[in-house]
Design a protein around this ligand. Structure first.
Ligand code: 26Q
Length: 823
C-alpha cells in the first residue's frame, strides 16, 4: 500500500516507477498483500496476485483520466443501466495495458500458466443477456475512444443465477460472485448519497412566498458507490463504472431504540440492504415487483445526485449549461425514473422553475429501446408509484397534463390519439407507461438495428414518431473485438495480425484487408487449422461440462442465447429431430456429421422456456444414445451459459443459429460475435441479421423464412395443421414428438409445445418457417461438404464484420446523440 501512497505526493501525480518488475510485484503481493506461502499451488492466489499487480498499473492512468476529465469542462455522458454483464476482468485488463508478456513471464517463474490462473476469477454476471453485455461492450469502446463516459449501475450481491441441469431440467442456484472478494472495485464512501422512499408530498411556501412541493416523512437509505476501472486499449485512458450498494442510514427509529428494541431497530438495516441484493433474472416483460421498482429508482436517484453534486462543486447553483454539458443515456426504460427524478431534484432541491427544469431534462436525456414485443414494455402501477415514489408520481402527472394539452391543441377533437399517447394507461388499475415517459422526456430515441428502428417508427411508437420525427434514430449494436476476437480467440488474432497487421484491434474496419486472402489456398488452410484447434478446445469444454463427446470432424452448429419462444430454440430442435428421423430411416446420403449445441438460461418463472430446456435435454439423450446416429449427429444442452462460456464456444463455432421470428429480435449481438470468429450464419431477416447479410454478401449467409411483413400477413390466416399434413418430413417430426419418443416416462410432458406449434394463433409461426429452415440447413450441409468453399465464406464473414464493432456504434452515439469529443 505504501507504493500507492507514494505515487501521489502533495496531490501531484508522479510516474509509477515505484512499481518493480512483474515477477517482483507478484512475489510481493503473494507474500505481503495476500500473506501466503509463495510455494502455494492454488491458482486463486496467483489470480489475486496478478489482479493486484495489474491493478497497481491501472491506478496511475485512472487518476490521470479523472484529472483530465475534471479539468476540461467538456460535455460528459452518463450511461445508466440496471445491468453490466462484464464477465471476467483480468485478461481484459492485461491485454488493454499491454502486460501480456510480463504477466505470463512473471507467472512462469512460479510455475504457473496465465490460462489456468484467469479461470480462478468469477464472472461478474450483473446482467441477463444482450442488453447487459451491450453495456459492457459500450464501456470498453468508450474507453478505447477516450470518451468521457461513466457507467452507472447496481452492485448486486448476487448476479445472474447459476443454472444447473438436473434430470434434464433447469435448477437455479444463487451466484454469490463476491464470495472471494472483488479486486476490481474501490469503495468510495465519501460519495455516498441519500435516497428517499415512501412518505408523502406536501405543499409549503418558501421564504420567497413561492408555493412548492416537498417529499415528507420519507424513509431514507444510503447509496454507497463502488468504482470499477474500465481500461482503454493501450491508450492510457481508464474510465469508471460506478456501482451502487444499498445501505441503511444510521438514523434508527428512536422510538423503538428507546423502548429497548435495539436488535429490532438494527435489523431494519436488512430492509435497506435488500435493494442491491439480487439481479432480477427475467429478460423481458416486467412483473410489477416492488423491489424491482426500488432498484430502478435507487440507481437513478443516486446517479443523478452524484452528477449534480459534481456539477454544483464546479458551477455552484448555476444550471444554465447543465443540459448542454451532460447527457444521460437510458439503457431501456429500466432507469426511466431519471426523467421525473431529475425534474424533482432541479425543482425541489435546486429551486428551478418547471419550464427551466423541463428544458434541461429534455436536452440531456436519451433513450434506447431494446424490444419489439409490446408485452415487454414496462408499465408500473400508479398505486405502487403513489405509495413508494409519491413526489415522482405528482411530477409524472404534471408532465402528462402538459403533454396532453399540447397534443390536444395541435389535434383538436382527436380523443383517441390522446388516449393512445397518454403516459397513463387508464383502467381499473391504471399504469404508467415507462417507454412513453422516456420518449417524452428525451431528445433522442433510438432502436438497436435498422429494422428494429423502422418497426418502432411504424408500429409501437408511431404516434410519437409523427409528433417528433426528429427524435428517432438508429444505432445498430456492435460488440468489442478486443474481447470477442483478440482475447477469446488468440490463435485467430495471431493469424489475422500476421496477415494484415494489428490496426484492426482498435479500428475493425481494417479487417476487410483479409478479404483478398479468401482466394489464397495456403491462407485458407491456416484459417482452417485455427478453427480446428478452437473446435478441439470447444469439444474438451463440452466434454468436461456435459460428458458428451463432440468429434472435431463434425460441423459445430450452435445456438446460445436466453431461452425464449420468439428466439425459437424449438425450431432448432425440430430440425435435429428431422435429421434423426432421416438417420433412423437410413436416409443419410451426403449427410455431414453435425454436433448441435444449445445453451441459455430460462427465466425462473417462464414455464414454457423451461419445458424447452427439458425437451433439448431429452432429445439429446435419445440421439446421443442411439448407435445409428453415432457418427452423424450429436446434441447437447450446455449448462450455465455465460460470458466466459461464450469465450470458448464462439471461436469453435462453425454455424451460428439466428433463427428468431422476423420482427421480434431487436438486434441480437451473439450473431456479431460469431461472424467475427468466422462462423457462417443461418438466419431470418430479423434484427441485425439483415445488416450482417448485407455486409457479408447474400452468398455468404444462409437465409430462410418469412420476413417481418410476411409474418404479419401470415398470421391473418395461419393454418399450421394444414402445413403439417401437407409435408411428409414435418408430419413425421410432429409424429415422433407426439408419440412420446422423447418422453417415454412422462407422457404429455411436451404437449404444451406441440399444441402451441399446431395453434393457429401461434405468435411465433414456427411451423410456417420449418420447411424453409430444413431446406436452408440442407444447403448448409452441402456447402460444408466443400471445405474450400466453406473456408472462403468463413474468411469473408470475418473480413466483412468491421461494421459490427461497438467502436463504430459508440462513435455514432458520440457524434449523433451525445455530441462528445475525446478527452
Ligand atoms: C424488466 C422489468 C423487470 C425485470 C426485468 C426486466 C428486464 C430485464 C432485462 C427486461 C429486459 C431485459 C433485457 C433485455 C435484452 O437483453 N434485450 C436484448 O437487447 C440486446 C441489446 O440491444 C438486443 O440485441 C436483443 O435483441 C434484445 O433482446
Amino acid at each position: 500500500m505504501a507504493d500507492a501512497a507514494d505515487a501521489t505526493i502533495g496531490g501531484a501525480l508522479m510516474s509509477d516507477d515505484v512499481l518493480k518488475s512483474m515477477p517482483e510485484e507478484l512475489h510481493r503481493h503473494l507474500l505481503y498483500t495476500l500473506s501466503c506461502d509463495k510455494l502455494t499451488e492454488d491458482p486463486t492466489y496467483y489470480y489475486q496476485a496478478s489482479a493486484l499487480a495489474v491493478r497497481d498499473r491501472i491506478s496511475q492512468a485512472w487518476r490521470a483520466t479523472k484529472q483530465a476529465v475534471s479539468t476540461s469542462d467538456t460535455k460528459r455522458v452518463h450511461y445508466l443501466s440496471l445491468e453490466f454483464l462484464l464477465g471476467r476482468s483480468l485478461n481484459n485488463a492485461i491485454q488493454n495495458l499491454d502486460l501480456d508478456a510480463a504477466v505470463k513471464d512473471g507467472l512462469h517463474k512460479f510455475g504457473m500458466h496465465l490460462e489456468e490462473v484467469v479461470e480462478a476469477e468469477h464472472d461478474a454476471g450483473l446482467g441477463n443477456g444482450g442488453l447487459g453485455r451491450l453495456a459492457a461492450c459500450f464501456l470498453d469502446s468508450c474507453a478505447n475512444l477516450k470518451l468521457p463516459v461513466t457507467g452507472y449501475g447496481i452492485r448486486y450481491e448476487y448476479g445472474m443465477f447459476h443454472q444447473k441441469i438436473e434430470s434434464g431440467r433447469q435448477v437455479e442456484a444463487p451466484d454469490h460472485w463476491l464470495r472471494d472478494g472483488n479486486l476490481w472495485e474501490i469503495e468510495r464512501p465519501e460519495d455516498t448519497r441519500k435516497v428517499h422512499l415512501y412518505g408523502h408530498t406536501e405543499r409549503y411556501y418558501d421564504q420567497d412566498g413561492q408555493l412548492r412541493s416537498r417529499w415528507a416523512n420519507a424513509q431514507n437509505l444510503l447509496a454507497v458507490p463502488y468504482d470499477m476501472p474500465i481500461p482503454g486499449y493501450k491508450n492510457n485512458t481508464v474510465n469508471t463504472l460506478r456501482l451502487w450498494k444499498a445501505a441503511a442510514t444510521d438514523e434508527f427509529d428512536l422510538n423503538e431504540f428507546n423502548a429497548g428494541s435495539y436488535p429490532e431497530a438494527v435489523s431494519e438495516k436488512n430492509n435497506a440492504e435488500q435493494i442491491s441484493m439480487v439481479l432480477y433474472p427475467n429478460d423481458s416483460s416486467e412483473n410489477g415487483k416492488q423491489l424491482r421498482l426500488k432498484q430502478q429508482y435507487f440507481l437513478t436517484s443516486a446517479s443523478l445526485q452524484d452528477v449534480l453534486a459534481d456539477w454544483v462543486d464546479r458551477h455552484g447553483e448555476d444550471f444554465s449549461k447543465f443540459g448542454e454539458l451532460n447527457c444521460f443515456q437510458l439503457n431501456d426504460t429500466h432507469p426511466a425514473c431519471a426523467v421525473p427524478e431529475l425534474m424533482r431534484l432541479l425543482i425541489d432541491e435546486h429551486k428551478l422553475e418547471w419550464d427551466e427544469a423541463w428544458s434541461i431534462v429534455t436536452s440531456c436525456m436519451a433513450y434506447t429501446n431494446h424490444t419489439l414485443l409490446p408485452e415487454a414494455l414496462e408499465r408500473w402501477s400508479v398505486g405502487l408509484f403513489s405509495q413508494m415514489l409519491p413526489r415522482l408520481l405528482e411530477i409524472i402527472f404534471e408532465i402528462n397534463e402538459r403533454l396532453l394539452k399540447a397534443v390536444a391543441a395541435a389535434n383538436p377533437g382527436d380523443n383517441e390519439l390522446l388516449k393512445r399517447i397518454s403516459l397513463i394507461e387508464e383502467g381499473d388499475h391504471p399504469h404508467i407507461r415507462m417507454a412513453y415517459l422516456s420518449i417524452v422526456g428525451s431528445f433522442s430515441v433510438n432502436g438497436v438495428a435498422q429494422l428494429h428502428t423502422d418497426l418502432l417508427k411504424e408500429g409501437l411508437f408511431s404516434d410519437f414518431y409523427k409528433l417528433w420525427p426528429e427524435k428517432f434514430n438508429n444505432k445498430t449494436n456492435g460488440v468489442t473485438q478486443r474481447r470477442w476476437l483478440s482475447h477469446c480467440n488468440p490463435k485467430l488474432k495471431g493469424l489475422i495480425s500476421d496477415a494484415i497487421g494489428t490496426t484492426w484491434e482498435s479500428d475493425l474496419e481494417s479487417i476487410s484487408d483479409l478479404a483478398p486472402l479468401a482466394e489464397d489456398a495456403e491462407f485458407r488452410q491456416r484459417w482452417a487449422a485455427v478453427k480446428l484447434a478452437n473446435k478441439q478446445r470447444f469439444s474438451d469444454y463440452v466434454k468436461e461440462n456435459t460428458g458428451v463427446e463432440f468429434s472435431t470432424n463434425a460441423m459445430f452448429d450452435v445456438q446460445v442465447k436466453r431461452i425464449h419462444e420468439y428466439k425459437r430454440q424449438l425450431l432448432n430442435v425440430l430440425h435435429v429431430i428431422h435429421l434423426y428421423n432421416r438417420i433412423v430411416a437410413g436416409d443419410t446420403q451426403g449427410m455431414v456429421p453435425r454436433c448441435v449445441l444449445i445453451g441459455g438460461k430460462a427465466a425462473p418463472g417462464y414455464h414454457l422456456a423451461k419445458v424447452i430446456v427439458k425437451l433439448v435435454n431429452n432429445v439429446a439423450e435419445v440421439v446421443n444414445n442411439d448407435d445409428r446416429a453415432k457418427d452423424l449427429l450429436k446434441m447437447v444442452f450446455f449448462p450455465n451459459y455465460r460470458v466466459s462460456a461464450m469465450e470458448i464456444i464462439c471461436p469453435g463455432t462453425e454455424l451460428s443459429e439466428q433463427i428468431s421470428t422476423a420482427g421480434k429480435e431487436a438486434s441480437g449481438t451473439g450473431n456479431m460475435k460469431f461472424m467475427m470468429n468466422g462462423a457462417l450464419t443461418i438466419g431470418t431477416l430479423d434484427g441485425a441479421n439483415i445488416e450482417i447479410r448485407e455486409k457479408a454478401g447474400a452468398e455468404n449467409f444462409f437465409l430462410f423464412g418469412l420476413d417481418a411483413h410476411e409474418v404479419a400477413e401470415t398470421k391473418k390466416a395461419y393454418n399450421p395443421n394444414e402445413i403439417i399434413a401437407g409435408d411428409e418430413d414435418i408430419r413425421r417430426i410432429m409424429e415422433v414428438l407426439e408419440q412420446g419418443t422423447f418422453n417415454r416416462d412422462e407422457p404429455g410432458l411436451f404437449e404444451v409445445l406441440t399444441s402451441g406449434l399446431r395453434n393457429s394463433h401461434d405468435q411465433w409461426v414456427t411451423i410456417a418457417d420449418l420447411r424453409s429452415y430444413i431446406d436452408a440447413q440442407a444447403v448448409v450441409n452441402d456447402t460444408y461438404r466443400d471445405q474450400e468453399k466453406w473456408n472462403r465464406m468463413s474468411i469473408l464473414n470475418a473480413a466483412n464484420s468491421g461494421w459490427f464493432s461497438s467502436d463504430r456504434t459508440i462513435q455514432q452515439y458520440a457524434d449523433e446523440i451525445w455530441k462528445v469529443k475525446p478527452v
